[in-house]
Design a protein around this ligand. Structure first.
Ligand SMILES: Cc1cc2nc3c(=O)[nH]c(=O)nc-3n(C[C@H](O)[C@H](O)[C@H](O)COP(=O)(O)O)c2cc1C
Length: 186
């Protein structure tokens, strides 16, 4: 028998590390689980208006989203508990270094192997949140996580955020070929 709950969340939720620059060109990053893909070329993230990241996105209208990894999980968590509004050298404190993206005015975190580059399409202030909708204009991937010229997610060490146990979980291996395994019922 199924039990009923008042609230529900998607599972798995992503662990997105949003990279931005402030007005002085200082790099910042924050951890976001409330975000996702919209169709083939857009993403949306839901941000608290008080975050340094929110201010930076409104200023530059460009940002990066790197995927958190198991190897870098402590640093990825740190950028989700400390604000760049209070700790100016937030990234240095957790060992993150950055390289400016060649496509957007935003930093790429050197220690995280895969990131998408985003340009804002719309910013909606609703329900006390700042919802940012952006176009994905590029993707960067370290050669170390590629196989035959493509990103190989077996090598990335992706993690998800579990809202029940409030822990990060690793993403497992592939179980079947998509748009293929189900065809056996045709
Ligand atoms: C697992 C996790 C998920 C989070 N998801 C979000 C989110 O989706 N939106 C949000 O506004 N804050 C989220 N936060 C909180 C921000 O990452 C945190 O407040 C951060 O310090 C903001 O940094 P900034 O002020 O330097 O931008 C999350 C934190 C953690 C640890």
């Amino acid at each position: 028998m199924k039990r009923s709950f008042e609230k529900g969340f998607f599972a798995p939720l992503p662990v997105l590390i949003i990279g931005t620059y402030d007005a002085d060109g200082t790099a910042n990053a924050m951890n976001a689980a409330w975000g996702g893909q919209i169709g083939m070329s857009q993403v949306s993230v839901s941000l608290s208006p008080s975050h340094k990241t929110t201010e930076n996105i409104k200023l530059n209208r460009e940002f990066t989203i790197a995927y958190a990894t198991a190897e870098q999980i402590a640093a990825c968590d740190y950028v989700g508990v400390v604000s760049g509004n209070k700790v100016a050298d937030k990234l240095a404190k957790c060992g993150f270094t950055v390289t400016k993206s060649d496509k957007v005015n935003a930093p790429l975190i050197d220690q995280l192997p895969v990131a998408i580059e985003c340009r804002v399409i719309d910013i909606q202030e609703e329900f006390g949140e700042t919802r940012v909708v952006a176009e994905v204009v590029g993707l960067k991937a370290d050669e170390s996580v590629m196989t035959d010229g493509k990103v190989d997610y077996d090598k990335v060490g992706l993690v998800t955020y579990d809202t029940v146990s409030k822990t990060y979980r690793t993403v497992g291996g592939s179980v079947a070929a998509a748009r293929s395994i189900g065809r056996k019922f045709e």
